[in-house]
Write a protein that binds this ligand. Sequence first.
Ligand code: ZN
Length: 415
Amino acid sequence: MAEQSAHQKYEFKRKLEGLRDKKGRGTELISLYIPPDKQISDVTSQLRNEHGQAANIKSKLTKTNVQGALESLLSRLRYLDKTPENGIVYFTGAVDVGANKTNMETTIVEPPEMIQTYRYHCDSSFYLQPLEDMLRDKKTYGLLVLDRREATVGLLTGKHIESFRHLTSNVPGKQRKGGQSAHRFQQLRLIAIHDFYKRIGNAASDVFMTVDQNDFEGVLIGGPSPTKEEFESGHFFHHEIEKKIIGLFDAAYTDESGLPELVNAAGDRLADLDLMVEKNMMQRFFGELVSDSGKATYGAEAVKANLDVGAVDVLLLSEDLRAEKDIIKCESCDYETSVTREYRPSEKIEPPGNCPKCGSTLRVVEKVDVVDELSGMCDQMGTEVSFISTDFEEGAQLMNAFGGIAAILRYSTGI
Ligand code: ZN
């Protein structure tokens, strides 16, 4: 999804989250995936057919809801002049809104990637798998860290590092036992090393071959010198994997903790990866924070104040941040306040209560999405916004330790 901006991707993710939360009372939520080359007349004739069959549904309420959803879809399709480039998806149905009520809702999605397969799906929840697959960053790197005693095989997929295999050797130490000839000992040792490299090559090739090779970008090898060079020159990988070696990098650890170390060491070679761009951004933020330059700030209020005076160089927002600000006003007097809270679509929100000044009823007059508000301010000022995932350590820290909102400033404002 390189052609998509970070903000579009965030919006798409939010839309899917909203859809995932919606449930029907029965099997009555319709998901309709239309690829760009599908004849709309074929779709409408199938929907008419489904409408006829729905007459057989036993529950009167479900029957009414399914037929209502189909009618709504049919009328929408009548107004569809041309299927968008990547196709179009309709989610329609009577969504449970609590208190024994349902609401007929439709969400239309123009996906970021092309829909391959036509699908009509009727269930108690919406069918989202094909869209969720589009959201996943599938670019994958094979990771191997090794020395003569230990090796770990893993994968870097998108921004996520995972360990798959851990191997240990029985290569004898450099001290030979008494009575053994030095030559014999050396020979046995080399055989044991060779065997271990062979096992590593096989295990790593097995793991790397499970990846769809279209998404497989290459292999990074880490470890001390000269072990990794020795391993590479022996061609122990499957020949298809062999062709995809990107390079050798120094890494001190050869257990699981060597995998992120390897990715960091290969940083320059992976500079275009979203992960590295985000990592560098967070490192800049932490650098400013510890140097006490006054050019790092965090929290919604402080960041907003700095945006207001135009001091923000880069706004850092956690991809996991879901926050909403309620603007609350008194019915009778001029009292006004706001509450910022984590946003959950299914959450039941208590009414704001009574005015502390005059005792009249308080009302929520406006709901503002915090991410939209802050990124909107940046758009107006031409300030860079960086969405940071929580799949790596520094990114998780942004969410957990800094509330998901931080900024690198152009100069210290003291705010
Ligand atoms: Zn009041």
